[in-house]
Design a binder for this molecule. Sequence first.
Ligand SMILES: Cc1cc2nc3c(=O)[nH]c(=O)nc-3n(C[C@H](O)[C@H](O)[C@H](O)COP(=O)(O)O)c2cc1C
Length: 327
Amino acid sequence: MNTETKYLGLHLKNPIVVGSCGLTADVDKMVQMEQAGAGAVVVKSVFEEQIIHDIKRNTHMVAPTDSYGDSYEYIAQHVADDSMERHFSMIREAKRRLTIPVIGSINCFSYENWLTYAQKFEEAGCDALELNMAILPYETSLSADDVERTFSQVITTLRKSISIPISIKVGTYFTDMAKQMQQLSWMGIQGVTMFNKSVEVDIDIENECLKNASFLSNPEDMYKTLRWVAILSKKMRCDLSASTGVYTAADVVKMLLAGATTVQVVSCLYKNGIDTIRELHEGLTAWMERKGYNAISDFRGKLAVMPAEKASVAMRTQFMKYFAEIV
Ligand SMILES: Cc1cc2nc3c(=O)[nH]c(=O)nc-3n(C[C@H](O)[C@H](O)[C@H](O)COP(=O)(O)O)c2cc1C
């Protein structure tokens, strides 16, 4: 039974990837993930806000910011470099101790920093880089064109500046999801991760303030991902990694049948432990054996919407089957 696969041009022993999260900021845990059978890991993202927070905290600890005069820029750069260096030394250690691919991850909001940080990830030895570009279009002044321009500027610049494979992790807020995803896949990137799950906001009615809702996904959340993977996998010119709501081996099989190249798991590891990876892998191989499949390529994309087929027709047929029983 061969569960090997190629993802972002990298060789994976199976398609189960641990998505970026707090667990992948710890090399010992990443080693456990490899031992449990993970195909690759995406390291915890570096967020630009986090670097800025470090700069503010560290400079304030020494003196008020306005007392630095001309030296502020220099000191801020030093703190930023130090903060990044801690992350890169973790990545270098992960590369030393793991044999599976180690994928870096960044999330920036300023154009220049995407470039600076991406180059440093390549120097640190990452096998690939996932750009967390799950843009939440909060601002009323932000148009769909603005969002598209951000994607194309960042991807075009980074594609020219680094040579490791690039994947883009996206959210679900697009006015024209199918078209956007297809166009992204034509920009020289190697993969798209669908979808990031952003932290939901809740309200504490006693204290009358905003608070975070649970940041872990639920198993039902996988249906949104499954739909879009099935619609897009045959229409993209790059790999598709299915993320959000993958909890069981059956979910892994479904995503692969829909055409995903890999699946990413996070919440299920938080809820059920790192060893769940082993169960997912064993479940996948047991299913392949039962079905008589020798390799992932024997069935991957079998239930994807084909390029010649209209997604709207395929999806509407399902809808009519359920509600009208006319087909
Ligand atoms: C505790 C936690 C931390 C996360 N940190 C990151 C992160 O740093 N970068 C990122 O791209 N996604 C991050 N995510 C999102 C996950 O990678 C993933 O996209 C999301 O949790 C949905 O997958 P799941 O249903 O398997 O949890 C985080 C998720 C959790 C639960």
